[in-house]
Design a protein around this ligand. Structure first.
Ligand code: CA
Length: 240
C-alpha cells in the first residue's frame, strides 16, 4: 500500500526532441511521472505495454503516425485519455483525431499553461469516470428486440451476430439503449458520450450516428433503432 498519493503516469510520444523535453519538464511539475518516446514504433510499444493515466500523441511521427497509434491504443483500451498534438489546425484533422478516439487535441504552438490545464482536465475526468463507472443498479446487458448490448464485454449483437463497433460507437449505442424513448440533442450526446463541450462539432455526432445506424441495419425501413427527431436530435427505440 502506498501512503502517499500516487503520481499519474503520462506517456508523451513526440519526435521533436526539444519539445518533448519541454513537455516532460512541465508535465512533471503537475506532478506526474513522464515517459518519453520519440518515434511511433517505440511509442506504440510503450503505449500498449504500460498502464498510463494520459497518453500525449503527436500527429506527425516517424514510423507509426499519431492517428494509427491512437487507433491501436483505443483497440486495446477504451478508457485511457488521449491528447493529440497537431501542427495543422484544419478542422478535418481535429475531427478525424476525435473520431478515432482521441479525447482532446492541442494545435502547436501551445502554451505550457494550456497544456497543463488540458492534462489536468483529462486526469480529473478519468478519475470521475472511474468513480461513476458501473453503479450497482446499472444493468450489465441490455436486450432490445433483436439487439443485445453487453457493457462489461463492450460488445453488441444483432440477431445473434456480433456487430463490430468502435469504442465511441459502442458508448453511443450503450447510452441510447439505456435510455429508450428519450430524445437526446447532439450537444447532449457530445457532452455525455464525448465527455466535454464540442458544441461546434455536431457533424461528429451525425457521422457516428450514421455509421452506427448502418451497422444496426437501420437503413432498412422495418428495423429502426435510432430515430431522427427533426430539429431536435435522436431517440432510441427497440425495434418491433
Ligand atoms: Ca512531429
Amino acid at each position: 500500500m502506498n501512503l502517499s498519493p500516487i503520481e499519474p503516469s503520462i506517456l508523451v510520444v513526440e519526435d521533436e526532441q526539444d519539445l518533448a523535453s519541454l513537455l516532460a519538464l512541465h508535465l512533471s511539475e503537475l506532478p506526474a511521472r513522464v515517459q518519453l518516446a520519440h518515434d511511433g514504433h517505440s511509442g506504440q510499444q510503450l503505449a500498449l505495454s504500460g498502464r498510463w493515466d494520459v497518453i500525449v500523441l503527436d500527429l506527425r511521427l516517424p514510423g507509426i503516425g499519431g492517428l494509427d497509434l491512437c487507433r491501436a491504443v483505443r483497440a486495446q483500451s477504451a478508457s485511457v485519455p488521449i491528447l493529440m498534438l497537431t501542427a495543422r489546425s484544419s478542422e478535418l484533422d481535429r475531427v478525424l483525431g476525435l473520431e478515432l478516439g482521441a479525447d482532446d487535441y492541442l494545435t502547436k504552438p501551445f502554451s505550457v499553461l494550456e497544456l497543463q490545464a488540458r492534462i489536468k482536465a483529462l486526469l480529473r475526468r478519468a478519475a470521475h469516470g472511474a468513480k461513476a463507472e458501473a453503479p450497482d443498479d446499472d444493468p450489465a446487458r441490455i436486450e432490445a428486440g433483436a439487439l443485445c448490448v453487453d457493457r462489461m464485454q463492450r460488445r453488441a449483437w444483432l440477431e445473434g451476430a456480433e456487430i463490430m463497433l468502435t469504442p465511441r460507437e459502442f458508448d453511443l449505442l450503450w447510452h441510447f439503449a439505456s435510455h429508450p424513448g428519450r430524445v437526446f440533442t447532439r450537444s447532449e450526446l457530445l457532452a455525455t458520450v464525448w465527455g466535454y463541450g464540442h458544441d461546434g462539432y455536431d457533424h461528429t455526432v451525425n457521422s457516428h450516428i450514421n455509421r452506427l445506424r448502418a451497422k444496426l441495419g437501420d437503413e432498412r425501413t422495418d428495423a429502426n433503432y435510432i430515430h431522427t427527431v427533426w430539429g431536435v436530435g435522436y431517440r432510441f427505440e427497440a425495434a418491433p
